[in-house]
Ligand binder design. Structure first.
Ligand code: BT5
Length: 339
């Protein structure tokens, strides 16, 4: 059954006679609850993208039919990504692109963010230039892992952008939890299982004055990998290595989208459920760590994560908020054993 209301709309138009917006709204509302304005905006977008076209205008109402391009798109989506095409329609993942190979899904969305819709997702079987923070390399074995980025256009100011890293971390934590894997979140952007990194998150934004025009949320999750490059072999782990099961990458992506959508939408609506997840499952809270601030190494104790997504640390009784750009955690996988 098609659950995605955009695809439902297209199949309605393919299977039945051309229809105008109000008729479609009546039909769709038997299956989905959507607002009139949402439907009309979707129709406009489908028309702009040449998925549907106006057959004629009757009594100032546009009668739509599916274009040939639209028919091909729906067929391709059903054949190639059944799991993804069948998702219930919402903004996150309402448009999805897949590349067999790309330089980096983050670079792609950063370059094209203005032209793509809020919620657009890109994933790739292989990234030739997968990146971490500070131009570090992100390793990815071809076809074995999730390498995906989500484009979001929230109404946030600069200092709120780090919150979105925490939203994504909470979403990955939730996804792993749905696979019965108990993960921990190592602020700001690592997801850890059994003291090893299973996932890294890279959030980048296009700033315009004090505001972000858009934000790119990159997520790399090790899924089926068994062997890693020398540089990370002692600190990386995959879902397979935890559960002893292999997974269909598209299924995992679909689950990440579901969790991300839920937690992100809560965040947008002022519900900070992500913060509770990050605090309750923090790898760092209560631990003594070494941080590098302005080229000096300081030993501090992690006390909390702030509402703005900063790490709050205690340095000789003074609480200091740390931003992602200000610190590197030294020997993070070993130093923390002190606690
Ligand atoms: C990160 O940076 O952890 C962010 C990684 C984000 C990757 C996604 S994939 C989709 C999207 N497109 C991109 O180009 N990037 C995003 P950072 O905290 O700087 O950690 C990087 C470090 O993690 C490296 O220096 C390695 O030590 C380690 N590392 C690299 N590949 C890894 C892997 N597959 N598993 C575990 N650790 C890895």
């Amino acid at each position: 059954m098609i659950k995605n209301y955009k695809d439902y709309l297209i199949t309605e138009l393919i299977n039945r006679k051309p229809a105008h917006g109000y008729e479609l709204l009546m039909k769709i509302n038997h299956e989905f609850e959507i607002k009139k304005i949402t439907l009309y905006k979707t129709l406009e977008r489908l028309e702009r993208d040449n998925i549907i076209e106006v057959l004629k205008v009757e009594k100032r109402r546009k009668i739509y039919k599916v274009s040939d391009h639209g028919k091909i798109e729906l067929e391709q989506k059903k054949n190639i990504y059944p799991e993804i095409a069948n998702r219930k329609y919402t903004k996150i993942g309402s448009t999805i692109e897949h590349f067999q190979e790309i330089d980096s899904t983050n670079i792609y969305l950063k370059d094209n963010g203005y032209d793509l819709d809020d919620g657009h997702i890109v994933y790739a079987d292989y990234q030739s230039l997968g990146r971490g923070r500070l131009a570090r390399k992100w390793e990815n074995e071809r076809g074995q892992n999730v390498s995906m980025s989500v484009l979001v256009k929230p109404d946030v100011v600069i200092h709120e952008v780090p919150k979105i890293t925490q939203v994504a971390a909470a979403a990955i934590w939730q996804t792993l939890s749905n696979y019965n894997v108990k993960a921990q979140i190592k602020w700001p952007n690592d997801i850890i299982v059994n003291d090893k990194k299973i996932c890294g998150i890279l959030v980048e934004s296009k700033l315009n004055g004090m505001k972000a025009d858009y934000v790119v949320v990159g997520m790399g999750l090790n899924v089926n990998t068994e062997v890693y490059p020398e540089s990370i072999k002692d600190k990386a782990i995959s879902l397979y290595q935890v559960t002893n099961e292999k997974y269909l990458i598209e299924n995992v992506i679909s689950n990440i989208i579901d969790s991300f959508e839920l937690i992100y939408n809560q965040f947008i609506n002022g519900n900070n459920s992500y913060l509770n997840i990050c605090r309750e499952n923090s790898y760092l809270l209560g631990r003594e760590v070494t941080v590098n601030i302005d080229n000096s190494n300081l030993i501090v104790t992690v006390v909390d994560i702030s509402e703005n997504g900063q790490l709050l640390v205690d340095y000789n009784g003074e609480i200091i908020p740390l931003n992602i750009s200000e610190i590197t955690l030294e020997n993070s996988y070993k130093t923390f054993d002190k606690s």
